[in-house]
Design a protein around this ligand. Sequence first.
Ligand code: CTP
Ligand code: MN
Ligand code: MN
Length: 523
Amino acid sequence: MAQVPRKKKRKDSALSLGGGGPVGAVKFGEAGIFLVERRMGSSRRRFLTELARKKGFRVEGQMSESVTHVVSENNSGDEVLELLEKQNGICGTEFTAALVDITWFTESMGAGKPLQLEKRHRLQVKRAAAAGTIAVPVSPHACQRRTTLNNRNRLFTDALNILAENAELSENEGPYLAFTRASSVLKSLPYNVTKMDDLKGIPNLGDHSRKLIEEILEGGTCNEVQDLIQNVRYQTLKKFTSIFGVGVKTADKWFKEGLRTLNELRASTIKFTKQQEAGLLYYEDLILPVTKVEADLIKQIIEEAVHRFLPSAIITLTGGFRRGKEYGHDVDFLITHREEGREEGLISKVISWMTAQGIILYDDITDNSYHKWKYKESETFDRFAKCFSIFKLQKMVHNLEPGRTCSHGSLAANETRGIGLAGHAGSPRHLTATAAKDKDWKAVRVDLVVAPFGQYAYALLGWTGSRLFERDLRRYAKHFGHMILNSHSLFDNKQNTFLLAATEEEIFAHLGLDYIPPQERNA
Ligand code: CTP
Ligand code: MN
Ligand code: MN
């Protein structure tokens, strides 16, 4: 399908408008004005722009998401919408700005501040759909949608996510994807769905998902979801797979053996993997959300450790936190160095040092195996050197303002001992190292990935997520670009060559996609 062209970067807006005339400091940044030239005329538009800017108003030269008031003169709402679509490639699902008459503008100038919108200021929109939004194509590909964390349809997406999760726990790939895609498309909508009509033309919504939405719209809940959350298999598999190192197959096996609780697992004769042992040992902490403050603190710790061995290494926070999330289930980092090759062997040195400092509770290092990769076809996993780890994070002093953290440099090796880990001598499965309420540390899952500089942009894109965004990027590359995308590279089948990229922007450009910043990849 045709993708609407994106608006140009705002950089050139000051040039295209106002002609460099005197511009006052912006006093009312919260209101972003866009003046529609049609009927107003270009000279009057320029005059009004200068006037407003002198008074401290923010006037944008292009239509963009930061525009809150679209001002026009002698136009109907429908005319303005049509104009915006034609000239700016803007469609109703992309902005939530108010369409207002020039009276709001002149009155605001008179008052010297943006006035509260009244009904008489608003332009009437007669055509399709409600609330100033119009029915326009929404892409079926998550990588062509802008999905922020501002989910206006949580009631539906929560329910769909439970069905998706249940399908995943039953290894039903088809339904898992269908419910995940349905949930994702609703997350991207800039309006609340309040009636079935609001879903006209929205892709990725199958009969099952539509029925669920309809039921919730009518009664607030969905029976299937209510039944599921009471379902013992669903509850048990959800609990078991929340243990670090336990996948669906293992959880299902344990369930079939009659196991239902963590204590039953701990008391059983099951031979756990090292990862699962750590997962059980630190379970109570690992199911707690990791905060952004904690993620930043861990970043400092890692920077200190990495720079000890490679002073100008670059360390980037990836995963959900890079997408702007305030909480995560773990913290993901990507490490590289401008001089390719310098990053080799880094991870084991860093982990050894941090282990000696008592910072590491668990680690599982994988060496880089890219050179052994014989296939161009993308695999599920990448071949970077990496470490799945559990950090021992000293708790911050309470009362600390957000963003301010206490020193972390005082971790002594001996601190690790005596707190639960003493149990390593015996059988750790009987222990929960993290249950004590008054302990002064928290176990946190951390993923460290090391990429050679030449693959850094691809690694960054691949490790920023979300899972569905990545999946759709790869699918889009394959079907529409005849290219193979993974976290190492982009291979063009038609040109039979790898396409180099130094930035994520270049990768989107190679794929013929509009650039979507990380905060809008929360598909
Ligand atoms: N990823 C990957 N290979 C893995 C694990 C993860 O490429 N072995 C990618 C995932 O596709 C995802 C990103 O790394 O895009 C982050 O994964 P994860 O930490 O699982 O998810 P987040 O989006 O960070 O969510 P959360 O906040 O729950 O951690
Ligand atoms: Mn993560
Ligand atoms: Mn992760």
